[in-house]
Design a protein around this ligand. Structure first.
Ligand code: ADP
Length: 468
């Protein structure tokens, strides 16, 4: 069996968030199960890609409306645990960032056309094409209804929804970007009078997966306008929890942290890593250290952070550290908290993969008061590094964290509100005072297995059900 993953992100080649972690790990674990799993990604103009050897495997031209672009498929010659192909479209895809350009519609549509132009010409066809999020959402439609791809019609397609908030909609004035298709099927492109790639993929993919079972349930209530559609397509939908790439996230071997540790050496290991963080960010090491890592956006509850932190820090019994970037107003507020709380609060506004590892290793608690959390990987990384997660019971957080009050290993609250989070921080501070229970829970966290093994197997069963 030969699987082709089509994605906009893949760790360590191009990462914005959890999508990259999933696409950089799942194929590795699938290859271990004896199938051949490959990834195709846009060629971005970043240093990781530029510094690796590449081999050209296909060259051609594609049409986007009336504009013609040359493109090339390159294989990246590096050991990732799976074959990685890149679509190079000079002038469109070869930019430093993954997203955020005015012509993202044109960029990702051209990417998808190039992928299918290559697949349709290649001798060995994939057994399944696995699409990730809206950037790859037209692939199932084009394979079923565009004349030039009709030989791909019988290849099963899967759409994994990592985040339904982002749908990539655009107007019908750009309809001619989509290669000639059976006009009877035009309704499949439409959602609320716009062309909506995520909605199109939900309608056309053979199967849909979401990155946690709870997220699938929640999507029929909150899906940024797609609730009805997802409810309607529920029969072909399945929630499969993401996992942890235990080669990348391993406190025993992680080269990015100050001191490696195992379950046996967790006390001294975490102490050394906490000391490093406290020294670097001028934080009082005698207090429990609470951290947040992630995008500073509404979905993550970031607009509440300054109020939460202010209220908690006034009590003078906790230290807080933030790593993230996003909303500029939130960033400014978070920076200004340094002034009143010099020894107990700090922030690093930006993206820093190394610091993220150090924070998972050196913190006592990780905060995730998300409004929406399709799966959430941070809580699983925190557990692996013996850091107790404080989460809102939503999406994948609900599926992976059990409260200490229920015999579990985390602290859970029901609302993404200032009072709920402040109350959870208070509970954590109190729990930290009982060092025996705290240390025992830390060990328990580290022993929880959220590796990809189980989920990779679930995807394999899904592929088998489609190809047999
Ligand atoms: P999402 O995909 O919604 O952003 P996830 O929890 O699924 O959230 O994945 C987030 C991933 O991105 C994790 O690997 C996390 O460590 C990483 N991450 C997020 N923000 C930053 C940042 N500012 N610096 C370093 N890593 C970050």
């Amino acid at each position: 069996m030969d699987i082709l993953h089509v994605s906009a992100e893949c760790f360590p080649v191009a990462k914005v968030g959890g999508l990259a972690d999933v696409v950089g790990a799942l194929p590795k674990y699938q290859n271990k199960l004896g199938i051949i799993s490959k990834v195709i990604l846009p060629y971005y103009d970043n240093s990781y890609i530029k510094n690796k050897k590449q081999e050209s495997v296909y060259k051609s031209k594609l049409k986007l409306g009336s504009t013609s672009y040359s493109f090339e498929i390159l294989e990246l010659k590096t050991k990732l645990g799976f074959q990685l192909f890149l679509v190079k479209i000079p002038g469109l895809l070869d930019r430093e960032n993954v997203y955020g350009y005015v012509d993202d519609t044109e960029r990702f549509l051209s990417f998808q056309i190039a992928v299918l132009d290559w697949v349709v010409k290649s001798k060995a066809k994939p057994s399944v094409i696995h699409c990730h999020d809206h950037h790859t959402g037209f692939i199932p439609f084009m394979m079923s209804h565009s004349k030039k791809y009709k030989t791909l019609k019988n290849i099963p397609t899967i759409l994994t929804i990592h985040n339904a908030q982002y749908q990539g909609q655009f107007g019908f004035d750009k309809l001619d970007y989509i290669p000639a298709f059976n006009q009877d099927k035009i309704g499949l492109l439409d959602w609320n009078n716009q062309i909506n790639p995520l909605a199109t993929a939900i309608k056309c993919a053979w199967r849909i997966t979401t990155v946690s079972p709870s997220y699938l349930e929640e999507l029929s209530i909150h899906a940024n306008g797609l609730e009805y559609l997802l409810k309607h397509e529920n029969q072909k939908s399945l929630g499969i929890l993401n996992g942890v790439d235990t080669n990348v996230w391993d406190p025993e071997k992680d080269k990015l942290i100050t001191k490696n540790y195992s379950v046996k050496t967790v006390q001294s290991g975490k102490k050394a890593n906490k000391n490093y963080l406290c020294e670097r960010f001028n934080l009082d090491r005698s207090k429990p250290l609470f951290s947040f890592i992630g995008r500073l956006v509404y979905e993550k509850g970031a607009d509440l952070f300054s109020d939460i932190f202010y209220k908690s820090l006034l009590k003078n019994n906790a230290s807080i550290l933030v790593l993230g970037s996003g909303n500029k107003e939130v960033e400014a507020k978070l920076k200004s908290l340094n002034i009143p709380f010099k020894n107990s609060y700090n922030s690093f506004i930006g993206y820093d993969e190394v610091l993220a590892h150090q924070i998972y290793a050196g913190s006592d608690f990780l905060l995730m008061p998300s409004r929406v959390e399709p799966c959430g990987l941070n809580q699983m990384y925190a557990l692996r590094y013996g850091t107790i997660p404080i989460v809102r019971r939503i999406g994948g957080l609900k599926d992976t964290v059990i409260d200490i009050g229920d015999g579990g290993f985390g602290i859970c609250h029901d609302q993404s509100s200032v009072s709920d989070v402040v109350y959870s921080i208070d509970r954590a501070v109190e729990f930290y005072q009982n060092q025996a229970a705290f240390k025992k829970t830390r060990k328990k966290c580290m022993q929880i297995d959220y590796s990809w093994n189980k989920s990779a197997q679930e995807y394999l069963s899904l592929y088998k059900s489609l190809t047999n």
